[in-house]
Ligand binder design. Structure first.
Ligand code: ATP
Ligand code: MG
Length: 419
């Protein structure tokens, strides 16, 4: 802010940085608003990257921290014809969605273009004042999430604001104002227009934030969950209690880990979300054709993944961990010979094991599963000799000593695939 001021520009801290401090919370990140254009910002900072097409802004990079610096946005109606005709600055879909929001304006216009009143507070380091253009301080005090302007228009411009309303309500423990809440269910279908890449970003904010369970419940309530996980949403609509308990437990665990500053991977939650749907796909495939368990698994995988990708663009690196977690469910069930040791050395063993525990926790009447989970818990806690004994003991109850490992594979993997 001081550098921008020195360069002759205005600069304000805005958004979560001001709001969260007023609420006595620690801001997640800092956003700056300025009258300098992105190019002018770049001229002042060597550590500056210009990003975004829909909403162009500058990222100032300080080590691992990124400060987002956005130029004041103006009204699209008041833009010059030249600006309006330039597709780079302003573009609107037939639904009223802003495909480009790069018309620049003054600070009070900028405040009008922000989503909620509590997000339109501007703190200046010139005079240490907070400027409140939309009655945001009162709404912070009353703990109200209120859209600025006419709600329907604002949701049409950017349907993601519906998600943001929910997210701020759960995160800040606030109520959504009645007129901000009212149109959400009806306008929910507009979410279909949001690109899958942006949905991945929104997925992270919703589900990897320590408030996944609360957000999940609200998203279901407002018919918005289906834009993240259409297949799962369908199963939930059909009262699939098992899926519900499983994903809620996965989210509960994720929330706990985040709130204890433990590491989480989005891949685990993705894997949990789709696990039982994957099982249904496998069952359907098995009903139609006689495939080996492995082949049925891969056939189901190649159906479910592209279908899910249409909603959320899950980056390749997470897709591969999801697959590992799923494949490990089968591997964990086969413990004879050297297999247990090989599985134990798998780079994703821990995630696969945690996933097994989660399954066992939910499928309480599946004794095979709880036995398997306990076995692996013990296996990690005993000496090498004892591990060898454990592996031998696995073989014992299955009867014939002469059975080849190849033959044993099938029943074991079927059980693991969890039909
Ligand atoms: P947090 O970073 O804690 O999630 P935030 O309010 O800082 O919350 P950001 O996504 O960082 O949210 O955005 C910064 C600010 O930019 C917001 O406070 C808001 O003023 C504005 N903003 C962000 N997204 C939108 C949007 N879709 N429509 C209008 N204004 C937005
Ligand atoms: Mg922010």
């Amino acid at each position: 802010m001081y550098r921008l001021n020195k360069g002759g520009f205005d600069a304000y801290l805005v958004g979560g940085g001001v709001r969260d401090i007023l609420l006595g919370q620690k801001p997640k990140d800092f956003d700056i608003a300025t009258n300098a254009t992105p190019e002018e910002i770049k001229g002042l900072f060597r550590n500056c990257r210009l990003i975004g097409r829909r909403f162009r802004l500058a990222h100032i990079v300080f080590g691992r921290e990124i400060i987002e610096v956005a130029t004041f946005r103006g009204h699209h109606e008041s833009a010059s014809d030249e600006e309006k005709n330039c597709k780079k600055t302003s573009k609107q879909s037939d639904d009223g969605m802003l495909l480009r929001d790069n018309i620049y304006g003054t600070i009070d216009e900028d405040a009008q273009r922000r989503d909620f009143t509590i997000n339109a507070l501007y703190y200046s380091s010139k005079d240490f004042k907070v400027f409140d253009f939309a009655n945001g301080v009162k709404d912070v005090e009353d703990r109200v999430i209120r859209l600025i302007g006419e709600p329907t228009t604002r949701y049409r411009e950017d349907p993601v604001r519906m998600l943001r309303a929910i997210r701020f309500a759960t995160k800040l423990d606030m109520q959504i104002a009645p007129e901000t809440k009212a149109p959400i269910k009806e306008l929910a279908p507009l979410m279909a227009n949001i690109p899958a890449a942006r949905m991945f970003e929104e997925f992270l904010k919703m589900f990897i934030s320590g408030k996944a369970v609360a957000n999940f419940e609200q998203l279901r309530e407002y018919n918005l969950f289906k834009f993240f996980f259409p297949i799962v949403d369908q199963a939930l609509d059909n009262d699939n209690e098992l899926i519900k308990r499983f994903i809620v437990q996965a989210m509960t665990n994720t929330d706990k880990r985040i709130n204890n500053d433990q590491r989480v991977t989005p891949a685990f939650l993705f894997a949990a979300m789709l696990w039982y749907s994957l099982q249904s796909y496998i069952q359907q495939i098995n009903a139609q054709s006689q495939l080996a368990p492995q082949d049925a698994f891969f056939a189901a995988l190649s159906e479910i993944m592209p279908e899910q990708q249409r909603s959320i663009a899950i980056p390749k690196r997470f897709q591969s961990v999801m697959k590992d977690i799923w494949i490990l469910q089968d591997k964990l069930a086969r413990r004879e010979g050297k297999r247990a040791f090989k599985t134990f050395e798998h780079p994703k063993f821990r995630a696969g094991y945690d996933f097994l525990l989660l399954r066992a926790e939910i499928e309480t009447d599946n004794h095979h599963l709880s036995e398997l989970a306990n076995w692996w818990t013990d296996f990690q806690n005993v000496s090498n000799d004892a591990q060898l004994q454990m592996i031998k003991a696995v073989k014992a109850p299955s009867g014939s000593k002469k059975r080849s490992p190849r033959k044993r594979r099938k029943p074991a993997s079927k059980a693991a695939v969890g039909s």
